[in-house]
Ligand binder design. Structure first.
Ligand code: 8X3
Length: 251
């Protein structure tokens, strides 16, 4: 039986690369995002029997429900959920950041992800099979200035993912949190810097950052492990990125 995956944030970046990779791996993929035309062109390039474009705004739970209700019968049994949709907004210090940016991140990265997971998990438990892959971030573990709510939301994603496994003890359902560091070739920094593309470009200059394809390969590897293997977490950085000293400011 062909396995079915559902990938959020599939219109670009990690999500789109993950859809492509999973199709190559033999999955049928429900590609979810707000930008429906992008999903349609992905489906027409990969085949509409392989990719089902589903308009979904994960930050609004009613829209998640409406999208899931619209799924045709033969796309409803979801074997693999890839919770990829998420964003960072701003890099300002907490005392200067825009509170509405914080709410947007919380709504998408935390509330959307948990709501969709809560909606799809019961069918997996009922079948005693399935896999959930969440996209965290190195920012969920390693603090840095300006990461404030973004980093905290990814710390939530990491702990939620680990706690899911705790609740799923005794079942065959697997859960993995993938935690990328600096990654180029996506809209992530353009969104974070609100269209300041020059600033986004500068961030990646000479960095040889990881790419969406690296993340898609990781998803593919995680999903292809034998059934008795659960990868709890994977943290991935480019070789150019590493840990810094902890600054001490002196009087
Ligand atoms: C993306 C990694 O370093 O930009 O989640 O926060 S970072």
């Amino acid at each position: 039986m062909t396995k079915i995956a559902l990938v959020t944030g599939a219109s670009a970046g990690f999500g789109q690369a993950i859809v492509r990779q999973l199709v190559t791996d033999g999955y049928k993929v429900i590609a979810c995002a707000r930008r429906f035309e992008k999903l349609q062109s992905l489906a027409s390039s990969l085949g509409s029997d392989k990719v089902y474009p589903l308009q979904m705004d994960v930050s609004v739970s009613d829209k998640i429900d409406a999208a899931l209700e619209n799924l045709p019968q033969d796309w409803q049994k979801i074997d693999l959920l890839v919770n990829n949709a998420g964003l960072a907004l701003g890099l300002d210090k907490a005392y200067e950041a825009d509170f509405s940016d914080w709410l947007t991140m919380i709504n998408t990265n935390i509330i959307g992800l948990t709501y969709l997971t809560r909606q799809l998990l019961p069918q997996m438990v009922k079948r005693n099979s399935g896999m959930i892959i969440t996209l965290g971030s190195t920012a969920g573990t390693i603090p840095y200035p300006g990461a404030n709510v973004y980093g905290a939301s990814k710390a939530f994603v990491k702990q939620f993912s680990l706690n899911l496994r705790a609740d799923l003890a005794g079942t065959k359902i697997r859960v993995t949190n993938i935690e990328p560091g600096l990654c180029e070739g996506t809209e992530f920094s353009n969104v974070r810097f609100k269209g300041d593309d020059e600033r986004a470009e500068k961030l990646y200059e000479g960095a040889h950052a990881i790419t969406s394809e690296d993340i898609a390969n990781t998803v593919s590897w995680v999903a292809s492990q034998p059934e008795h293997v659960n990868i709890n977490r994977i943290e991935i950085m480019p070789v150019s990125q590493t840990f810094g000293p902890q600054p001490v400011y002196r009087d």
